[in-house]
Write a protein that binds this ligand. Structure first.
Ligand SMILES: [Zn+2]
Length: 286
């Protein structure tokens, strides 16, 4: 397939919503005539998609937003997860499994048991196909109760974050050796509960807009932080490490020169995710 047809097929998928753009690529391969867009339609569509990704933090036409009832549940889940994080501590919260989170909530009155409606809501969010609201990434964790084996992880000094032993830890150390001490780990392993918290907190801050949240935070289950990936930043750069400004740092420039480093969400990716120059893919093929 010619590059232009490939992009057309992808763009058509992106705009249809709820359809994996890659499955449309194969549909286009099978039926090359059926998905042809005119050049001007193609230009408008691709421009629209790229505009959305560049302005990822703003609401856009077609975004999926929770209704009133679900928004109320979202809010109560977020405040409960926040209390849970405070109770178990930030470090432990990175690794907390869903079931352990439930028992902590039950046993600590300052967190409070998750009521049935909140559990149903969380389950719905976890098992819903994220393509419904525009996130087309893979789902490395398909079970909400997946646990992290503490024997398989290591806490990285001064970062407050964990990495899996083996390839992730080795990759981090290799990168740090080549880039220098200014590079540090800004986010490592994030289990299901932590990812729930980050994703829902983002949606909560944006009136329940799931599409907007998913443009910068993978929904629970869909984050590769759960299995291997990690984020790096430059010391002293704080929250700017998670913005486009990171590309102007010395750390990024050195990182960019390393042939073995691959970014999970490059510029203009078709996963429905913003450019994340700080997010390192551990396994290139995965
Ligand atoms: Zn990341």
């Amino acid at each position: 397939m010619r590059r232009r047809d490939f992009l057309k097929a992808i763009t058509a998928g992106v705009l249809l919503g709820g359809v994996d753009p890659y499955s449309l690529v194969s549909a286009a391969q099978l039926y090359p005539q059926s998905r042809r867009l005119s050049n001007s339609e193609f230009d408008v569509n691709i421009k629209d998609y790229l505009h959305k990704m560049q302005n990822f933090d703003q609401p856009h036409t077609g975004d999926v937003v929770l209704g009133k009832k679900e928004l109320t549940l979202l809010r109560s889940c977020v405040t409960r997860l926040k209390r849970l994080q405070r109770t178990v501590g930030h470090g432990n919260f990175h690794l907390l499994s869903f079931d352990d989170g439930l028992s902590f909530a039950r046993n600590y009155s300052k967190v409070g048991r998750f009521p049935r409606e909140e559990l149903d809501f969380l389950e719905r969010i976890f098992y819903q196909d994220s393509a419904d609201y525009g996130f087309w990434g893979e789902k490395p964790i398909d079970n909400m109760t997946t646990r992290i084996n503490k024997k398989e992880v290591v806490k990285i000094p001064k970062s407050g974050n964990y990495l899996y032993r083996g390839d992730p830890q080795q990759k981090y150390e290799k990168v740090r050796k080549h880039v220098g001490d200014k590079l540090y780990l800004t986010s490592g392993i994030r289990g299901v509960v932590k990812q729930f918290y980050l994703f829902l907190n983002k949606a909560n801050a944006n009136q329940g807009n799931l599409s907007l949240a998913s443009r910068s935070l993978a929904p629970p289950g869909y984050s590769f932080h759960g299995i291997a990936d990690f984020d790096v930043g430059q010391i002293g750069y704080g929250s700017l490490n998670f913005t486009g400004r990171f590309t102007t740092t010395e750390v990024f420039k050195k990182l960019d020169d390393l042939a073995y480093v691959t970014i999970r969400y490059p510029k203009n990716n078709f996963k429905g995710v913003r450019f994340e120059p700080w997010h390192i893919k551990v396994y290139p093929g995965v």
